[in-house]
Design a protein around this ligand. Structure first.
Ligand code: ADP
Ligand code: SF4
Ligand code: MG
Length: 320
């Protein structure tokens, strides 16, 4: 059994709402093990990005940490500050975002930005910085890397910009890479190339990958374990194989049913993810669930553990 690298325990993040506060993430717990590929999946608005930011001790304003903690190697991330926090972000945990939100700055060259990632304290000779930047670009499959150092982000395609972002994220040799919908803005061919690259890097570097996606198709291909989120909570957790063979939560079943598959019509989940503060009481999936009964309104179902999986639905194990 591999060890836990990261543990999120009972995390809640609150935002101001009409009548007080609403929780974007509610009592969320999950672990990332050393070297594994963990997927976090759910529709837009389910709390995935908040879950991706929490390990870096980032809570977007006007949000606040309303409960719980994040432990990395047994240490509380919220206690890190100053130089230690900067070191942690990058050398232990690094992040890649969706392409249009990429943290590449349009006003600086690729070489300058990679140089900053390679040598944030500016201690290395210029030549060494450039050599390391070129090596990183080569590792992420950027053709003619020497020539790319002088170009600006807008001169690159979306796929190449994302490769540069990944190169920058790798500069500190992180043990965990968090990728928040890294391919959402890219076309399918480029998406597959970027995902293949992330998978290759994970294997070669022995790095853990926390892959945030709304797409179970990507999960099937690139992850080993999966956490399904709904309404800011974990509703199911299992191995990818188990989730695809026998989803237990009606929401997971719904996500699988909305995957394109030959020979049958798409069955999208009815309705939409409610906005924050508008989730029903009781089970948050009420109103969209095909198995709903009256009892589902009576309090939040527990996240019950069975073998290696967890599921939050009172009707699991019942017939019909
Ligand atoms: N900066 C913010 N201000 C207000 N609400 C936010 C903010 N960030 C996230 N939320 C709310 O928290 C919930 C979860 O958001 P998020 O983690 O971005 O979801 P996902 O990434 O799954 O689409 C959403 O309902 C969203 O509206
Ligand atoms: S608790 Fe009820 S509403 Fe919620 S997922 Fe289970 S059956 Fe559906
Ligand atoms: Mg998001």
């Amino acid at each position: 059994m591999s060890e836990n690298l990261l543990e999120i325990r009972d995390l809640s993040i609150a935002f101001p709402a009409a009548d007080g506060e609403a929780l974007g993430v509610r009592a969320l717990s999950l672990e990332v093990r050393e070297g594994e590929a963990l997927a976090v999946v759910g529709e837009s608005g389910c709390g995935k990005t908040l879950t991706a930011l929490a390990p870096l001790a980032l809570v977007p304003k006007p949000g606040r940490l309303a409960g719980g903690e994040v432990l990395y190697g047994g240490r509380r991330v919220s206690e890190l500050e100053g130089a230690e926090l900067r070191r942690f972000r990058g050398r232990e945990v690094a992040m890649v975002f969706q392409e249009p939100m990429t943290s590449l700055n349009p006003t600086f060259s690729v070489g300058y930005q990679l140089g900053e990632a390679v040598d944030p304290e500016g201690k290395l000779p210029k030549r060494v910085r450039a050599e390391r930047s070129v090596a990183l670009l080569r590792e992420v499959g950027v053709p003619e890397p020497e020539k790319r150092l002088g170009v600006y982000p807008h001169q690159l395609s979306g796929g190449l910009r994302q490769r540069v972002m990944i190169a920058a994220a790798l500069a500190g040799e992180p043990r965990l890479l968090i990728a928040d919908e890294p391919t959402t803005a890219l076309d399918v061919t480029v998406e597959a190339q970027i995902m293949d690259l992330l998978e290759k890097l994970r294997r070669e570097r022995g790095m853990a990958l926390m892959l945030i996606t709304h797409d179970l198709g990507v999960v099937a291909q690139y992850a080993e374990r999966v956490v399904v989120m709904y309404g800011g909570m974990v509703v199911e957790e299992a191995s990818v194989k188990e989730i695809f063979n026998a989803p237990l939560h009606p929401y997971t079943e719904g996500l699988l049913g909305s995957l394109p598959k030959r020979g049958r019509a798409l069955r999208p989940i009815p309705g939409n993810v409610p906005s924050l503060g508008n989730f029903p009481s009781g089970c948050p999936f009420r109103g969209r669930c095909s198995r709903e009964v009256e009892r589902c309104a009576q309090g939040l179902p527990e996240l019950a553990a069975a073998k290696n999986r967890k599921v939050r639905c009172i009707r699991v194990g019942e017939d019909g």
